[in-house]
Design a protein around this ligand. Sequence first.
Ligand code: NAD
Length: 497
Amino acid sequence: MATAAPARLLPEVEKFLAESPLKSVIGGKDVAAASGETMTTRDPGTGEPIAEFTVLSAAEVDQAVTAAADAFKRSGWATMTPNERGVHLHRLADAIEKHKPIIGQIESLDAGKILGQALGDVQNFVDTLRYFTDMAQHVQRRNVLAVAGHEAWTVRNPWGPCGFIFPWNFPFLLIGWGVSPALAAGNTCVIKPAEDTPLSAIYLARLAREAGIPDGVINVVTGTGAGAGAALSANPGLKRMSFTGSPEVGRLVGEACGRNLVPVKLELGGKGAAVVFDDVDVAATAEKLVGAITFHTGQVCCDATRWLVHKSIYDRFIDECRTRMQKVHVGHQLDGSSSMGPVVNAKQRARVLSYLEKGVAQGAQAVVEGGPAAVPGRDGYYVKPALLAGTLDNVAAREEIFGPVAYLASFSTEDEAVAMANDTDYGLANSVWTSDLGRAARVAESMVAGNSWINAHNLFPKGVPYGGVNKSGTGGGVNSIETLFDYWRSQSIVRPL
Ligand code: NAD
């Protein structure tokens, strides 16, 4: 199917899209739904169709779990040495890196992500895969225990087939964060991408096949959340499940896994705070926070969406933010001059606009008005950055909007700022901004969340655990040695002497 993207697509991307309807990949084979059912994925920057993709039934998703279980038992993947598996996974990382311009363009087109950011996501996948692959070769999986009167040890082995369900905001990067530790540990996987952004997952499964990863180790099932997603999370053959997405769907996935006693990792939404003290460089802090809220059009789970600013710099801070927000150049994601692309679909745009309306109706002041953005010649899902201000009982200050909308409130004391930051059901990520590093550490540790950042927002160095608490998630998070251990089951062995 032809695309209406304004930029010229790479021939490899054109060729991939021309295969529409694109199939799922199960046991190394391209699989279409027996029903022939397909869905359309659209370019968020134009609203035009990019490609059709297959919509699997529940029974077809179950076949993918069976394929992953077979590969776990029979392909040799689970029993090969970490070094041998490492050769395969580094070869896959090499293939992804080599195809970065292609995957980046596919991702940009499908998710509405600025091209440079999409390329960064692809590199992030490569780095994550290499990080876990190398770690799996070096950590001790067998530990002798000093126990009186006994010979005892523990050993860690892979679990088996693992399920993964992903959202549309970082489709490729999140697959990397999710499956890399599972694969490095010797598990097999079934990946369900979001229905808005299935393309990079399909491309990945094909690359894995070309790179010689045994068939059935990486399966990709496409379709709806209520169909393919629900079938995957209810499959009793899975040994682990990982879900990244909204708390509402996370609850459903957790319930389904609970019925089968399948351990589940939930990475959910957020309503992060940035606490800004009066000893900061006001202009530089405004620059960074406006950069964070407009990055990927605010569709970032760990964004700072509540900006809590010391009252003595509040007015100056607003002025600095307003100037910067008004300069953001909204445009098509593949257009090199755009600094902020569209949101992912019409529903998401309506959601963002409705929160602006509801927020103002409940008494918030629109410091920067936001609203729909017009991009000449492109009928995509564009919105402008917005800044609301008011009290924190406002709906726009309490609920996750998932767009380029920040909410401002002022504070007088450190204790008040911490209490305001913690007045939320979520617990994903907050930041504190101050030149007093003692205060920074104190406040960072007092904010109840999986992550606190100091004088920065959205930091993900490999090796630093990332995850949410409370309504933002459960199950240990991602990106550290603990995540690798999550994908090994631990077994104790003991003999009386
Ligand atoms: P979503 O929950 O609507 O969908 C996520 C995935 O779940 C999709 O693949 C969807 O098809 C699937 N799904 C939908 N219904 C299902 C069901 N009944 N059973 C099983 N699967 C089902 O989320 P979204 O709108 O795609 O993404 C936005 C949300 O993701 C936001 O809340 C955001 O904060 C969160 N998120 C969290 C993180 C994190 O690391 N904590 C990262 C990215 C996004």
